[in-house]
Design a protein. Structure first.
Length: 71
């Protein structure tokens, strides 16, 4: 039970830190660093958008920008 509470507290602190950031880029960077750079499975990007406090469209624009920037 204590481990569960510790994980929940850690996640809540991370979410507060993410939401304090102003740009989608910064929020996504922090989310990715927390997840060790692992991308979510197909169909889970809307959940990521919710977790970082942005619209799915804003997240998709950021992903497209990164994709085209790395091409």
């Amino acid at each position: 039970w204590a481990e569960h509470l510790a994980r929940e507290l850690q996640w809540t602190r991370l979410r507060c830190e993410i939401l304090s950031l102003k740009t989608v880029t910064a929020r996504l960077d922090l989310w990715l660093s927390w997840h060790e750079g692992n991308l979510p499975l197909k169909g889970e990007w809307k959940t990521v958008a919710d977790q970082i406090g942005v619209s799915p469209e804003a997240l998709y624009r950021e992903l497209a920008k990164r994709r085209h920037g790395n091409a």
